[in-house]
Write a protein that binds this ligand. Structure first.
Ligand SMILES: CC(C)(COP(=O)(O)OP(=O)(O)OC[C@H]1O[C@@H](n2cnc3c(N)ncnc32)[C@H](O)[C@@H]1OP(=O)(O)O)[C@@H](O)C(=O)NCCC(=O)NCCS
Length: 150
């Protein structure tokens, strides 16, 4: 974990990002319903996908989405996807990636980063609270809407 960095997706890393394994029970949390519904309407040019690399190994994936014109405030500067390889979890990789995305948002002039998560025992709530996101509302599907003030 000493040499963590973010890299854009490439032919070499895209396959590794796709084959990242989750821990049992985590699959259901990776794409809250709100994201699944909004995703087909996303303009790919406004996405910010990155792999997290430790040395030579892809250990995680994060995607941000930045669109100051998006009609829904919660989708203007948003953490859209984050996952860390099951064997590499709980060692700070997710925090590293989320902080890097927050820095990218700040540099783009946003004053907050939002995220939507599902509550539940195997879910990511403790992680997002640990990073500094705070619940600010609930979506129409009962998910938590969180925000990190930048
Ligand atoms: C959520 C996720 C990205 C966290 O990545 P990670 O590299 O394990 O996170 P970190 O090691 O930086 O953990 C930071 C803190 O969150 C806690 N945490 C992380 N994952 C947790 C989990 N599944 N359950 C409880 N606590 C968790 C850590 O214990 C740590 O707590 P601390 O600050 O008190 O020590 C990872 O668990 C994952 O890929 N989950 C499946 C996909 C998912 O749910 N994505 C979110 C979609 S909205």
């Amino acid at each position: 974990m000493s040499d963590l960095r973010l890299e854009p997706l490439s032919a070499a890393t895209i396959a590794a990002a796709h084959s990242l394994a989750l821990r049992p029970g985590q699959e259901q949390y990776i794409a809250p319903v709100s994201y699944s519904i909004a995703e087909p309407l996303l303009d790919p040019s406004t996405s910010w996908p990155r792999v997290v690399v430790d040395g030579d190994t892809v250990v995680g994936y994060i995607m941000g989405h930045f669109d100051p014109e998006h009609p829904k405030e919660e989708f203007r500067s948003v953490l859209w996807r984050i996952n860390v390889d099951g064997d590499a979890q709980q060692s700070g990789i997710g925090t590293f990636a989320a902080h890097a995305l927050a820095e990218e948002a700040r540099q783009r002039g946003f004053d907050r980063l939002t995220v939507i998560w599902d509550g539940g025992d195997e879910g990511p709530e403790r992680f997002f609270l640990s990073v500094g996101f705070r619940p600010i509302g609930e979506t129409e599907y009962g998910e938590v809407l969180g925000a990190l003030e930048l």
